[in-house]
Design a binder for this molecule. Structure first.
Ligand SMILES: Cc1cc2nc3c(=O)[nH]c(=O)nc-3n(C[C@H](O)[C@H](O)[C@H](O)COP(=O)(O)OP(=O)(O)OC[C@H]3O[C@@H](n4cnc5c(N)ncnc54)[C@H](O)[C@@H]3O)c2cc1C
Length: 400
């Protein structure tokens, strides 16, 4: 009987793991990938939607175009996870795999900041980016606040990138002189693990006349008076853009997997990404793990040194190696017109033949849950851990 690996979530983490298992060519594995959406979307593609460069449909990479030998894709919504028994129920089926990998990412909690749901805008979700795009179209100048509402959050550079892009947008529309932009963050610096990148960001903001207010948190906003309340200060605004509070999806919370994790994230062995439950793993943003944390979800505690902020998965040449590479792939138009190409290696997209398997490294059977990763190392997620090195480009104008 093949070992059945069930991966929940086909974002960066789930998709990368599924691709690695597929590429292992191991006939003793049967992989099922469950995902509620019909398409993958790169996080940074939300900027394209926000600034009207591409439409919703153009940034979607449909899963139907992804072919991974040995991986069955099921478009289903996970409704319950029972980690003790590894029983998973979706809106269409029930599973009891040998190995369960939870890669359900992070979701947002706008209501955590009073007034934000009523009068705030965000661009971290596709609908949010589209809504903000429409609001910007009618913006006639005024005071803009970009506020990080809670830590941790995905992609630390994104708020600063948004402020710089807003600057550019307002300049193009002849509204910059009639506007102010301020970034408010509870953090000490933009990228705590990279002082150099942080310094470059802070300098870039200053250079573009964007006010930067660290160590301050917007606690609530008054949707009627259009005033943001900080601890002992207030700010009037015409447009409030928040990076909403993040949390695990409800189905993860209800599973009990977050018990023992920091601040509501899934507790994992930081080396193997194993949860306390046998043969149950958590990867990516939902996991309370160190390697994605420096860039994806900056955590207030237990931050590793910059040297641990590697990008092991990307180093394998699977998904784009850098954000710039991914952006180039993604925005080349090829993804939209000829189907998604999430890797620099075309080999992934052609049907696998048995000869392909022979030519690759010898198949291995997972001897333990740790071997859920094809190369025997702990499963790892490709995501914005690349940021620290990516930001080296910042000083050279990489963000614009
Ligand atoms: C604006 C923005 C810009 C970003 N820019 C970058 C960047 O430049 N570079 C970079 O590396 N990273 C960037 N990121 C961060 C990156 O997108 C995330 O860190 C990464 O997607 C996390 O991967 P993941 O697999 O943990 O979660 P996700 O990619 O979020 O995947 C989770 C998946 O689980 C699915 N799911 C959730 N609940 C259910 C359910 N109940 N049933 C079934 N499926 C479910 C979701 O639909 C989703 O597909 C950016 C993020 C944002 C918001």
């Amino acid at each position: 009987m093949p070992t059945h690996v069930l991966i929940l979530g086909a974002g960066f983490g789930g998709l990368e793991l599924a691709a690695r298992l597929s590429e292992s060519g191991d006939p003793s594995l049967r992989v099922t990938l469950v995902e509620q959406s019909d398409a993958f979307v790169f996080g940074f593609a939300k900027f394209d939607v926000l600034f009207g460069r591409r439409t919703f449909d153009q940034v979607k990479c449909p899963y139907r175009d992804v072919s991974l030998a040995g991986v069955q894709f099921r478009q289903e919504r996970v409704t319950s996870v029972e980690p003790r028994t590894r029983r998973v129920v979706t809106d269409r089926a029930a599973y009891r795999p040998d190995v369960l990998v939870v890669a359900l990412g992070a979701t947002y909690e706008p209501a955590a900041t009073p007034g934000f749901a009523e009068d705030g805008f965000e661009f971290y979700s596709l609908p949010g980016a589209d809504r903000l795009r429409r609001r910007l179209a009618s913006f006639a100048g005024g005071e803009i606040i970009v506020a990080i509402l809670r830590v941790p959050f995905k992609c630390p550079p994104a708020p600063y990138e948004s402020a710089l892009l807003l600057h550019e947008y307002l300049v193009e529309r002849g509204l910059r002189d009639a506007s102010s932009i301020e970034v408010i963050t509870p953090m000490d610096s933009p990228i705590p693990v990279s002082p150099a990148a942080s310094a470059a960001i802070v300098a870039g903001l200053a250079e573009h006349g964007i006010r930067y207010t660290p160590r301050h948190r917007v606690r609530e906003i008054d949707p009627v008076a259009h005033v943001a309340h900080l601890k002992s200060e207030t700010r009037r605004y015409d447009l409030f853009i928040g990076i909403p509070a993040h949390r695990v999806p409800t189905v993860v919370e209800e599973s009990g997997l977050t018990a023992g994790g920091t601040d509501g994230w899934i507790a994992v062995d930081r080396r193997t990404l194993a949860t306390p439950y046998p043969n149950v793993y958590a990867i990516g943003d939902c996991a309370d793990a160190p390697s994605p944390a420096p860039a994806c979800l900056p955590r207030p505690r237990r931050e590793p040194s910059p040297t641990t902020s590697s990008r092991p998965s990307t180093a394998q040449g699977r998904l784009p190696r850098t954000t710039a590479e991914a952006r180039a792939t993604s925005s080349s138009g090829a993804a939209a017109s000829a189907g998604w190409t999430p890797t620099s290696s075309p080999a992934r997209h052609r049907p696998r033949r048995s000869s392909d398997r022979r030519s690759s490294s010898p198949p291995r059977k997972p001897s333990s849950p740790r071997a859920a990763s094809a190369d025997g190392s702990p499963p790892r997620v490709t995501s914005c851990r690349i940021i620290a090195s990516e930001l080296r480009d910042l000083g050279r104008g990489g963000l614009t």
